[in-house]
Design a protein around this ligand. Structure first.
Ligand SMILES: [Zn+2]
Ligand SMILES: [Zn+2]
Length: 350
């Protein structure tokens, strides 16, 4: 089968590899689409920093590159391994792609998404979504209803990253929220907030293309942080209170300061972006007004179920911000995304 494999820094290749065979408890999926995201760029340019060792097998999965990429994907079951119950050939599913150690503090608390040895299917595992087929444990499958196609299925993962952040922040109807960054995760935060009853939302984004993208989904208060007064706008939209919640989906130091400044007293900033560089940060800005700052990583299985339900209810609109390419175009797409071009890119898996 054809597969897109990561070999080493700035080295991905479309290759012919052997089809996987489902072990007991696993299913074989024919993949439909697989998203490219910031994590893939991180792996491509700085694999060791992104948690992909070129020399040491992953401590949970034992995997080592060459690695089939694609951790945001959905497919159709074509074969059942021994002992798989509740699934049939022809069923379609999105995959919760997490491998966890079961022993660290997060795992003991049942918060597997925060495992200190976390691994992902399509990053540090045997197989991924950017190949015609892959095999995964049936326990990782989340059923797609009739209403959702496999493109929407591939968006369940990135939308769950955002959903998890929104839930972690404790979003409630009637609140005001600030979203910094309107890339795919910022869009996901916007749609998840709306689905959770938060409709007073201010979005801050540098790129005119991305501002337009989120406006076309219905965002009303979209501004350019270099020319507009963010704090003043949030005050105005919130009736003078400041934001209950802020989301850093941009990953730049100044954004954190701005977002904390836009929070009302007791507000919460949820950081859902990785920062390439640190920045000066004075914790006094948390003490005054008893504000909180939380990190949000990945998702739990429940987030997948919640997103699928919200998608089934029609709360997710993929028009205008999702492009589809072929396996041969992935290398090129990674370079374009790094230049800040484009929005969400899905790869057709065959
Ligand atoms: Zn991703
Ligand atoms: Zn763990």
């Amino acid at each position: 089968m054809r597969a897109l494999r990561f070999h080493a820094e700035e080295d991905v290749r479309v290759e012919d590899v052997e089809e996987p065979v489902p072990a007991p408890g696993q299913v074989k999926l024919r993949n439909g689409y697989s998203g490219i995201c910031g994590s893939d760029l991180h792996i491509y340019y700085e694999p060791e920093q992104a948690g992909v060792s070129l020399t040491e097998p992953h401590p949970v999965t034992g995997a080592l590159p060459p690695q089939i990429l694609g951790h945001e994907f959905a497919g159709e079951i074509v074969e059942l391994g021994q002992g798989v119950a509740g699934w049939e050939v022809g069923d379609r599913a999105a995959v919760w792609p997490v491998y966890y150690c079961g022993r660290c503090m997060a795992c003991r608390r049942g918060r597997y998404n925060a495992c200190e040895l976390i691994g992902f299917h399509g990053i540090t595992s045997d197989g991924g979504g950017m190949a015609e087929f892959t095999t995964v444990d049936a326990s990782m499958l989340h059923r797609l209803p009739e209403s959702l196609d496999l493109k929407m299925g591939a968006l369940v993962e990135p939308m769950s990253v955002a959903w998890h952040a929104v839930k972690l922040g404790g979003a409630e109807p009637g609140q005001t929220a600030l979203i910094a960054g309107a890339g795919p995760i910022g869009i996901g935060v916007y749609l998840a907030l709306r689905a959770n009853g938060v409709d007073r939302i201010v979005v801050s984004e540098l790129s005119p293309e991305r501002r337009k993208g989120i406006e076309s989904l219905g965002a009303e208060h979209v501004l350019d942080p270099t020319s507009d007064d963010l704090v003043a706008r949030v005050k105005e939209v919130s009736g003078g209170l400041g934001a209950h919640l802020a989301f850093d989906a941009a990953g730049a130091g100044p954004v954190v300061q701005q977002a904390l400044g836009a929070l009302g007293a007791t507000g919460i900033l949820v950081v859902v972006a990785l920062h390439a560089k640190g920045s000066d940060f004075n914790p006094t800005s948390l003490v005054m007004g008893e504000k909180s700052m939380l990190g949000s990583l990945a998702y739990m299985p429940q987030d997948f179920d919640d997103v699928i339900t919200a998608m089934d209810e029609g709360r997710y609109d993929a028009s205008g911000w999702v492009d589809v390419i072929g396996l041969d175009e992935v290398d090129d797409a990674i370079h374009r995304l790094r230049e800040g071009e484009g929005m969400k890119i899905l790869v057709e898996s065959r």
